[in-house]
Design a protein around this ligand. Sequence first.
Ligand SMILES: *Cc1c(COP(=O)(O)O)cnc(C)c1O
Length: 480
Amino acid sequence: MRSQLLNDGTAEVYRRAVTEGVERVANRFATTRRPFTGITPEELAPEISAVDLDRPLGDTSSALDELEQIYLRDAVYFHHPRYLAHLNCPVVIPAVLGEAVLAAVNSSLDTWDQSAGGTLIERRLIDWTAGRIGLGGAADGVFTSGGSQSNLQALLLAREEARAADPGRLRIFASECSHFSVQKSAKLLGLGPDAVVSVPVDRDKRMQTVLLAAELELCAREGLVPMAIVATAGTTDFGSIDPLEEIAELAERHGTWMHVDAAYGCGLLASPARRHLLDGIERADSVTVDYHKSFFQPVSSSALLVRDSATLRHATYYADYLNPRRTVEEKIPNQVDKSLQTTRRFDALKLWLTLRVMGADGVGGLFDEVCDLAAEGWELLAADPRYDVVVRPSLSTLVYRYIPEAVTDPAEIDRANLYARKALFASGEAVVAGTKVGGRQYLKFTLLNPETTVSDIAAVLDLIAGHAEQYLGENRLVSA
Ligand SMILES: *Cc1c(COP(=O)(O)O)cnc(C)c1O
């Protein structure tokens, strides 16, 4: 099967195979009319189980035919204007091109001798991002697999910098709306079960800094060690941005590491209109950015940035077989010295091509468009008596709930909303997310597609109302 190895002799085979694959995907994009087909796991599982992995089809066309049946036909398509669910973006073409290039060349960004220019390109993008944040001349960072890994690494550095004899005494402060990877990281880092102190949010879902201050005082009185404050710049549910300046003041006063989780809000770094929403981020010790959320990049593309490059040493180990200590004196740039991963994709290439083709304003402008759309969607929801909407968005999410006219039982309203979400998904007409607010079932639009219009939003709200009413109608019949 040497004919399937990509090398000098197979360049033409590669060109044909990839072209055929791209043709099929391009056709899908040109003809997909719904974000989803509504297929169930029960319907799809037998088709995938039936594939005999020990009997290869032998040629690309047959394998692609099969793939159309078991994957491309029923995939959930984020580029569709009525995919409004999670923090997934439609992707920009230069980044998809980057993905194709990086997969074929297959550089591994752990050491210079496996990547060469790739290492330098990644470093330029780290510097570019740190510059946009305003972290100063000693900043550094590394690309990661995603926000969860970035948060984990940030908290590892914070733990090491806290130099506590007893990890059970370390405390991390994060708002009640922070991402669950903060809790997971605390567990992975061997902190105690009470390590993460959940700070309540205000009406706009921003951390209440008065309560943070009180928690920090309490922490000091009890002889505990404040390891880190995690400010979320764009909470996953509400897009709310914690008060960064005030949190920076408190972090400074208490000698605590300030981490900003901007996995979602990082798109503001490129925004021509809204960069000021991140004011104060430049005071962070570390920052998580997910280019695969608000820079329109394919999964995965993410980074951790730090104010002081020296803190990255907490992730450094030397191995004779990979990055021997002497390479430091020889000034050989080995990114593995800064990373939790070893073999690592050249994800930076996607952002590089994006910036070289579109520029920062181009990509930031797209994020501004979806933030504008969310503001319009809020007006629509706020004026619609059928719906309760939680907060006016600072970024691009809307959390709302259908409230039927004649129903007062909140549990019944919960069920109607949940039913509507599932029915909509099964119809494939649109995809929306769900979450809980104050223990009640809500629905969520995460708007990351500049192609989505206010009339899409209005149409989806009508569909949801229709499904919820259908559920309530059927239940009335049953109980009558
Ligand atoms: C999505 C998200 C994360 C996790 O990022 P992944 O790339 O999914 O690992 C962390 N924090 C926030 C605020 C997020 O929205």
